[in-house]
Ligand binder design. Sequence first.
Ligand code: ADP
Ligand code: MG
Length: 251
Amino acid sequence: MNAKILETENVTVSFDGFKALNQLNFSMDTGELRVVIGPNGAGKTTFLDVISGKVQPTEGRVLFKGRNVKRLREHQIARLGIGRKFQTPRIYLNLTPRENLEITSNRHKNVFGTLFRRSSTDDKRKVVLLLETIGLTAKADMLSNLLSHGEKQRLEIGMLVAQSPDLLLVDEPVAGLTDEETQNIGDLLLALAQSHSILVIEHDMEFVRQIARKVTVLHEGSVLCEGSIDEVQSNPRVIEVYLGATNVASL
Ligand code: ADP
Ligand code: MG
């Protein structure tokens, strides 16, 4: 296995000459939980877009498990093992959490699995375990419509995990959540980090403190610095960048 799950080499993404990502070099190890922070417009979402194949780099390359993903379509990259959680939950509101998880597990089954229905009891067992992991066992059979925002976020994370990705990309999972729900999402990501590589984009510094081991700060499409949350928060360049963005209150 490649020790690096993800690397970007000199990745630039230009939109009509404006560089949302500018010669970005980044790498993370297999099994790592990495948090990427940065002021608004730093290029964080574009970074996830370029990893998941939604946007093609203008220059440079993205390597997933050592493999160049250039020219692969989004669904092909997903099939390679990259699962992306968007900011707004994408779940079926008129189905229960259990049904949502069952559908996602089935959708990614290969033809033989579907033909012979070999693992349907395995699937049910997997869904029961997932419901436990995301803390929705008690609400497994009610309409997802009735879940709180935080519970919906947890369900969508569960649906990602049901697809057995090697790398989870998570964009601002706690935006608009209560403190308690934020804590729950943090605990969930920490639990998942025991068996997955996870890349989280986040604004909420308290949350970053709860989950982060290593933090990467993006600024103007490049890495400004990397380190522990304490190192990053006391870095004068980081302070300056956040001050410049009148964002210091959130730092
Ligand atoms: P962040 O997620 O860190 O707030 P983004 O990656 O969304 O930043 O955006 C980085 C910069 O690129 C912003 O200035 C944004 O306006 C610009 N940008 C993002 N997507 C596009 C696009 N499709 N076309 C033009 N400019 C874009
Ligand atoms: Mg963004």
